[in-house]
Ligand binder design. Sequence first.
Ligand code: NDP
Ligand code: PYC
Length: 345
Amino acid sequence: MTSASADFPAMVQVPEAELTSIVQRALARMGLSDAHVQAIAKVIVAGQRDACQSHGVYRLITCADAVRAGKVRLDAEPTVRATGSPIVQVDAQFGFSPLAFERGLPALVEATRRHGLGALVIRHCFHFSALWPEIEAITAHGLAALALTPSHAWVAPAGGSQPLFGTNPIAFGWPRPGPNPYVFDFATSAIARGDLELHRRAGQPLPEGCGVDADGEPSTDPVAVARGAMLAFGGHKGSALSTMVELMAGALIGDWTSRESLTFDDGAGVAPCHGELVLAFDPAAFADGDQATQTARAEQLLDSITAQGARLPSQRRFAAREASARQGIAVPVELWHDIMALADL
Ligand code: NDP
Ligand code: PYC
């Protein structure tokens, strides 16, 4: 166990295989089917491995809350409709999203290879996860990818103070030579809801500019902001990106917007339920016969970023991944106790 301070809580280091088996046990105890257990465990253990505290094994608590509320279907079998068009449609049947993505991925890759670009539309899923695991699963096939999903109406539009948008993440990936793609993945809110919850759990104030209280006054109190509204990052720019997510991954695909997801939640306070849009691009189809030049120009651009001393997004994550492989996965002690309790260990 490492020593603790306010910003750096004490951690336990757990080998990946052990953490995976404890997480699987906890999920199985919730009554989830084995297919969901495997898919969810993979995603949240990967999050913890990459030191993504808001979307790592903390999400077991999110799963437990959703299951307890009786809204999520524990044995939902996603159905995949791939008709030869570029659009692959998956109905998650009101189960958690990781299995729905997993089931749709092969058809998305096939459609993208055939048409040059493809779209995966997931509907009716409970969504609590980070998007980068999905992006990395697509870039592993040599494809570029863009993913969008709404959440619950927690975020006010720029200039307003009433919650309307979700925290609406946008994630993008570009395949690179070597093991690590270029990937960014961020909430369009100034802070992710998961991070707000972690601040609330730790009794810590939010950074300035993340939200307003119920009277529309700026606040750094996570409880007051949860009652009021979160804010988009970058003012009107984040607000417009968030609107795009509602339109493209809500209205366009015929699934719920963040406001509709919150209405469906009806005070249960569980994971949002809505759809997701994932777009994939085959670089070969856009390269005009010269993929070597395409790749070289992309690499030149990315190298010019790091040449200035700037880092690429996901660089911190990839470094954490390497550290986890060497030392085991770091889990905050308090969370570790919660997880062990969920696993009845
Ligand atoms: P962060 O602000 O932590 O990070 C956003 C991105 O920017 C990451 O790719 C990160 O890479 C990168 N980054 C951070 N600092 C730098 C830097 N100095 N230079 C270059 N790149 C940098 O993400 P958020 O808190 O906004 O989101 C966290 C997670 O929450 C995401 O994975 C998202 O998918 C998830 N989420 C899920 C939602 C859902 O509805 N399912 C809703 C909202 C969020 P790195 O990781 O290496 O630091
Ligand atoms: O962190 O904003 C968030 C979030 C919403 C749904 C899953 N994660």
